[in-house]
Write a protein that binds this ligand. Structure first.
Ligand SMILES: C[S@@+](CC[C@H](N)C(=O)[O-])C[C@H]1O[C@@H](n2cnc3c(N)ncnc32)[C@H](O)[C@@H]1O
Length: 330
């Protein structure tokens, strides 16, 4: 059990368990079968995602880390000194946030680190890494859904905020939902607060496909872990050997799509739903998507959210962009 604040949407909470059951019921009954990506992250899912970030093919982490390392001093100079909450939304292991905290502290800011994640394991890992790097750093971990975390913060803290939403997590929403998410996020903050969002950009298909189908099979193991989670938490009998994880790239939509594909005709029982689900050979379950952006689409999101674009930081190859938006007064 984590020692950080557990919000109603945390996985151990009753409501979250009901959500998971409902999503699996809907996902396995519907055609096409789709289970949304935020159920990937139990403790093992978080560990496997960290391992994905370490594969040579998963350029996203490496490239974004480089952008943040390079731009952190400029960002810190813009923000200046004074108290600030650095909110790491969907923190994962938090490894890319450290240079920003270091630069803010070097500039004289009194930083509190606020990791928010649906996975308690992620909050624990990110918080432990920050304490190890910055002994004595103030930390407020929040375990739960993004907006549960933001609204807890609105009620319990009044410091200026830099909300970081890294790793192209925003790509987990199709474009209209990404816009709704960004707008809602910005609306829930105060004038003068900033958001820093990491966007993976459109690029040739080969590196994209390799990033999600790495040669060691870490990404596929990460996707298959969803079935293990359904087995454990909902008493299902998925045989992981009889499913294959594959990701494809759709250049029309600019989207990676992740599938678990039944390798044969089979029937799976889910005890919590008291239901059997039949699969024909090569039937897919879609378990995730990752939309890739054009720079003009990022500007468009900012326009729709009615925020000021303060900076757009790119790597040299323009494979990734970290955009900084400021919440305008009124
Ligand atoms: C793709 S990882 C990114 C991790 C890290 N920010 C990075 O850039 O490497 C997504 C993280 O967001 C968390 N997450 C996904 N959906 C969430 C939700 N709805 N509410 C809170 N956290 C969520 C996951 O548990 C996971 O740690």
């Amino acid at each position: 059990m984590s020692r950080y604040e557990t919000l109603p949407s945390a996985p151990q909470a009753h409501a979250a368990r009901a959500d998971f059951e409902a999503a699996v019921r809907r996902g396995l009954t519907g055609r096409p079968r789709v289970i949304p990506p935020w159920f990937w992250y139990d403790a093992e899912g978080s560990r496997l995602f960290d391992a994905v970030c370490d594969t040579p093919e998963y350029y996203l982490t490496r490239v974004e880390a480089g952008i943040l390392e390079r731009s952190a001093p400029r960002l810190a100079a813009t923000i200046g000194e004074g108290p600030i909450d650095v909110v790491d939304l969907g923190c994962g292991d938090g490894r890319k946030t450290a240079p920003v905290i270091a630069a803010l502290r070097d500039g004289g800011a009194a930083v509190r680190y606020v990791p928010i994640d649906i996975s308690g394991a992620a909050v624990d890992t990110a918080a432990a890494a920050m304490i190890a790097r910055f002994p004595g750093l103030a930390i407020q971990g929040l375990i739960g859904e993004y907006f549960d975390g933001i609204s807890w913060l609105s009620k319990n803290a009044d410091r200026p905020r830099l909300v970081m939403f890294l790793g192209s997590n925003i790509g987990n929403f199709p474009m209209p939902e990404a816009s709704a998410f960004a707008t809602r996020l910005c609306k829930s903050l105060s004038p003068g607060d900033r958001v820093l969002i990491g966007f993976d950009l459109r690029k040739p298909g080969a590196p994209l496909i390799a990033a999600y189908n790495d040669s060691e099979g870490v990404g596929p193991r990460f996707s298959l872990n969803l079935l293990r989670r359904i087995n454990r938490e909902l008493g299902a009998d998925f045989d992981l050997e009889r499913f294959e994880a594959r990701s494809t790239y759709d250049p029309v939509e600019g989207a990676i799509r992740m599938y678990l594909i039944s390798l044969e005709e089979q029937s799976v029982y889910v005890r919590a739903l008291d239901r059997r689900f039949d699969f024909e050979a090569f039937d897919p379950i879609q378990v995730g998507y990752s939309y890739k952006f054009r720079p003009r689409e990022i500007t468009q999101l900012a326009r729709e959210a009615r925020v000021d674009v303060e900076a757009m930081y790119f790597d040299d190859a323009r494979w990734f962009c970290d955009a900084v938006w400021r919440i305008a007064p009124g």
